[in-house]
Design a binder for this molecule. Structure first.
Ligand code: UD1
Ligand code: CA
Length: 462
């Protein structure tokens, strides 16, 4: 028997008050819908995932590509109607279907599997996943009979004052026999406050038609959070972040003020790393043992070697090898590959360049499109002049080169091993091995120059 999951994602997300379809909104840079689909994918219980799309469907299709089957709900007439449009895609009418809302990013694989298993073990025709929350506002409430059996779900809008006090809510997750589902759905009307076909109405209908209905109660109620507006989005994101950070801390990563630290899903951090406040590490970044990152640092899609210290800096798509220090206020980008024991100091930018070991660029330098060897010293204000307004050119620097302060290396240019460049030089031609290059105007001192000038006192009297 084939088991289907139906994810409802066709709604506009009116309460978000923006154009983007709600289920495409990102949490920690990952779209809401991707959380649900990924969890369903890892579950061995689900054979096929059908996502119902409608409003701005192409945005959701771009996210999920061909990893799922799509059903289209052209007009958004309610959650019951959204499930109706999947009927023609479900071939096996003997099986069970799990239905989930697309705005429930904290759902996990564990919840999916437990709820499904319970539904099967208890031989229910329909199981509603419920939970108890402190603030039930906005959710459908669970109504039970005198013996505590599930009766129906009443939407907030339709509920009386006393029903509003019920703190057991509908999570929006159901597991239901295909036959029961479509038989009941055909009886749903839109005779309610919103003139919508509510999926929640199938509970009462199924009960009346003598189907076996029941609930599965979720203990960790936060997993059921439905994200309806931007405030809830931020709350859900914070929960996700807290969980990720907690896992890293348990693995031996120290975090100072962890609530200010953002770590993406795919980041790998080894033990004995310290992360200081206001730090973002995202993409497929790797932070090796003993590194110290932050405060105020962004690392994206980068490799940070053992014992690297990186503070107040930006590192994008770059590699920093062991024992190097970066910052304060450095910017590494576009494949910068910094060797071991380097120093990349204050206000230094390195782009598409590599360095060997022990190279130092301690202050105010721009190094772009450069291949640089080991034991090189870039003086304060060194610049590789790589761009003529049209094209970019390469700079090649050998080992053991000393570059004085305020030097311009006009590329393309090659500076060979063991050479020295005098401070203030602007070089346009290659420097051979072991040479001293000086390219600056001679100083002229015009002696007694002061004589021709009026004395300070005379100036004042004028
Ligand atoms: C729904 C439930 C409510 C439950 C809550 C849990 C109904 C009537 N109410 O309310 O009992 O407590 O979820 O979070 O089902 N959608 C469509 N097509 C539509 C309408 C909605 O695909 O025509 C999709 C939305 O994109 C969304 C999901 O269904 O992902 C739920 O819709 P939403 O409007 O958020 O329902 P709630 O008001 O939260
Ligand atoms: Ca919702």
């Amino acid at each position: 028997m084939k088991k289907y999951a139906i994810v409802l994602a066709a709604g506009k997300g009116t309460r978000m008050k923006t154009e983007m379809p709600k289920c495409a909104y990102p949490l920690l840079k990952k779209p809401m819908i991707a959380y649900i689909v990924e969890n369903l994918k890892v579950s061995t219980l689900i054979d096929e995932i059908i996502v119902v799309v409608g409003h701005k469907k192409e945005v959701l299709k771009d996210i999920l590509n061909n990893s799922v089957t799509y059903a289209e709900q052209v007009e958004q007439l309610g959650t019951g109607h959204a499930v109706m449009v999947t009927e023609s895609l479900i071939n096996d009418l003997e099986g069970d279907v799990m239905i989930l809302p697309g705005d429930m990013p904290l759902v996990d694989n564990c919840l999916i599997e437990k709820a499904f298993k319970e539904h099967v073990e208890r031989r229910h025709d329909l199981t509603v996943v419920t939970t108890r929350v402190e603030d039930p506002h906005g959710y459908g409430r669970i109504l039970r009979d005198d013996q505590g059996y599930l009766d129906e779900i009443i939407e907030e809008r339709e509920s009386s004052a006393s029903q509003k006090l019920i703190d057991e809510i509908n999570t929006g997750v159901y597991i239901v026999k295909t036959k029961t589902l479509f038989e009941s759905l055909k009886k749903v009307t839109n005779n309610n406050q919103k003139n919508e076909y509510y999926l929640t109405d199938i509970i009462k209908i199924a009960k009346t038609d003598k189907h076996v209905i029941g609930t599965y109660t979720l203990k960790e109620s936060y997993k059921a959070m439905g994200v309806n507006d931007l405030y809830m989005l931020s709350v859900a994101e914070q929960i996700l972040q807290t969980n990720i950070n907690k896992q890293h801390m348990k693995n031996g990563v120290a975090m100072i003020n962890p609530e200010t630290i953002t770590i993406g899903h795919n980041v790998v951090i080894e033990e004995n790393v310290v992360i200081h406040p206001n730090t973002y590490i995202t993409g497929n970044s790797v932070i090796k043992k003993g590194a110290q990152i932050g405060p105020n640092t962004e690392i994206h899609e980068s490799f940070i070697g053992e014992r690297v210290v990186c503070k107040h800096s930006l590192v994008y798509n770059s590699t920093v090898h062991e024992d190097t220090t970066v910052g304060p206020f450095a910017h590494l980008r576009d494949g910068a590959n910094i060797g071991a024991k380097n120093r990349v100091g204050n206000f230094v930018e390195v782009k598409k360049s590599s360095t060997g070991k022990n190279t130092k660029m301690s202050h105010l330098a721009y190094i772009g499109d450069t291949t640089c060897g080991s034991n090189v010293n870039f003086g304060c204000g060194s610049v590789t002049v790589n761009y003529d307004g049209k094209n970019k050119y390469q700079t090649e620097i050998g080992d053991d080169v000393f570059i004085g302060c305020n030097v311009n290396l006009i590329a393309p240019i090659k500076v060979e091993d063991n050479s020295t460049i005098a401070a203030g030089s602007t070089l346009t031609t290659n420097v051979p091995k072991g040479a001293l290059a000086i390219a600056r105007a001679y100083q002229v001192n015009k002696e007694n120059y002061i004589k021709g000038k009026p004395k300070t006192d005379e100036k004042k009297n004028k």
